[in-house]
Write a protein that binds this ligand. Structure first.
Ligand code: ZN
Ligand code: ZN
Length: 371
């Protein structure tokens, strides 16, 4: 096994999973969701399974990843590397049957495809498999200092790329041109890539909260919404800014200022011990006071880390209490079909005294482009 600095981190994380196995009454856990696998082992490939028992740990991957697994798996953890020669889960199932016959092993039922589950269970059902959602996700919610620094770096790269891109934006460009400029600059600044498909929406298309970037040509007077993030060493950032091409109109300014007020209210409400619902309510109250609650159809934010959308949510029914170290987006918006929409999104880390934004990126007025 390779030696790397992540070793002691992996050892600590595996110990925490083992402690939670006992709480769930399990003898083992099969981790298949790839971000969970990466979190626990450092393996950054796209296919790997971790089978963890109280005193055993096996890592399964296929031949494409043999060298990478040898390099990335932690050196100070007793972790057996098993290469599935035909890449088949049947091999994993047989090995699990040898190690855990007659015992209860959890699996991530919300992440395992039905066909994989059938192959995993096998014909003789030697292992008592039990679906247990969210075991590793619960541990991932509060980030350590290293993880916060990685997300912060992803946010810094994205923000710097946006600031380089904005001077190139002008009427006549297509949305895809803006997305291409932004992605190119994120890459040039060191990102592994975009954390997700960059959303560039203009004109009335900004009223679609999850618009796909199109070939529409932007025109003078358009709103321009850019929702983007970079990936840095596996960690994601996710921010949104809304601009106007040319001089803002009064209504564009008015809606922008309302969204900004809601976003600031939610950021101010964010701290250790509040629920996601309380943070969401702080944003929503600004809109409700103006009779606009039905123009805000999504939640106020979501957790951010190895995945661009992870727990905890900041939604109306999010009763989970936030912990120090949790990184979330705060992203209220208002959307008016046929007119357009405005959203402002930042990435914040929850602390014992409040929350800190991971990167400062100007948002205090509706900015005109080109600038
Ligand atoms: Zn976003
Ligand atoms: Zn988001």
């Amino acid at each position: 096994m390779g030696m790397n600095n992540a070793s002691s981190t992996a050892a600590q994380r595996l110990a925490r999973v083992r402690a939670s196995l006992a709480e769930h009454g399990l003898d083992g856990l099969l981790v298949s969701q790839i971000a969970n696998v990466r979190y626990l082992t450092g393996f950054s490939g796209s296919s790997g399974w971790l089978l963890l028992g109280s005193d055993r740990a096996l890592f399964f991957t296929d031949g494409r990843y043999e060298t990478q697994a040898e390099e990335e798996l932690p050196g100070d953890v007793d972790l057996e590397l098993v290469i599935l020669r035909d890449g088949s889960i049947a091999g994993l199932s047989q090995r699990a049957a040898q190690e855990f016959a007659g015992r209860r092993v959890g699996f991530e039922g919300q992440h395992v495809a039905y066909g994989d589950w059938e192959r995993l269970r096998g014909e003789d059902e030697a292992v008592e498999w039990q679906s247990v959602p969210g075991v590793v996700e619960a541990l991932r919610a509060a980030k350590d200092d290293d993880e916060i620094a990685l997300i912060g770096k992803a946010a810094e790269i994205a923000a710097a790329a946006l600031l380089e891109t904005l001077p190139t934006v002008r009427p006549g460009m297509r949305e895809v041109d803006v997305a291409a400029e932004l992605e190119y600059r994120m890459r040039r600044l060191g990102a592994e890539g975009a954390a997700f498909e960059v959303i560039v929406a203009s004109g009335a298309r900004t009223a679609l909260p999850h618009a796909a970037t199109s070939e529409r040509e932007m025109r003078e007077g358009d709103l321009l919404l850019i929702d983007f993030g970079a990936r840095w060493r596996g960690y994601c950032s996710d921010m949104t800014r809304t601009f106007v091409l040319g001089e803002p109109q009064a209504r564009q300014r008015e809606v922008y200022d309302l969204v900004l007020a809601a976003q600031q209210a939610a950021c101010a409400a964010l701290r250790d011990g509040v629920t996601g619902a309380e943070v969401d309510a702080a944003a929503r109250a600004v809109f409700t006071a103006r009779g606009l609650e039905d123009r805000f159809p999504h939640s106020s934010g979501h957790g951010l880390g190895l995945e661009v959308h992870e727990g905890p949510r900041l939604g109306r029914r999010s009763e989970e209490r936030l912990q120090p170290g949790t990184v979330v987006t705060v992203e209220p918006g208002l959307y008016f079909p046929g007119w357009g929409g405005i959203r402002i999104e930042d990435d914040l880390v929850v602390t014992t005294s409040g929350a800190g934004v991971l990167v400062e990126l100007e948002k205090h007025r509706l900015r005109s482009l080109p600038s």
